[in-house]
Design a protein around this ligand. Sequence first.
Ligand code: ZN
Length: 172
Amino acid sequence: MAHLNNEKIRRINKVIGDLNMQQDSDFPETSIIDVAESLGVSLKTAKFKEDNIAGLIDYGEEGKGAIIFVNESNNEKKRNFTIAHEIAHLLLHPNNGARFKVDRHDFQNLKTKNVMEEEADYFAAELLAPEHKIKEIMFKSKMQEWDLVNFCSAYFNVSKSVISNRLKWINT
Ligand SMILES: [Zn+2]
């Protein structure tokens, strides 16, 4: 998360807070699919020629009727994260007239990311697996790291690598 300073994090946390307030959403109880739909974003699964494409956004005509396509060969946890990541782009990053945005990278590969990708990943992780909820589980359960990763991955319905990254983030 080399590009994320406190100011950027505060800004993203505010967007997440506003979204949860507007949608009356509370993750992990709320489904990201429902949030996408109530934002007017259509969701589709697609077969991509390149398997390293996690998802893409079709911004639609004049910014209306955005569609998020997710890779059908990814499992549900990964697809959920992709949906949240693409919603982040829609809420945080103007498309500047571009019709499509393709997310080709592997979300877990943090080394080569630009600032928008880091912001979208942070947004997705904090929306789906909020830091304060992970901390609550950590302090109440006193689980060891590996048990905590397994438990939180199932509880928040995100991959184990997303939780591992969250724990690293929380512990630094
Ligand atoms: Zn992205």
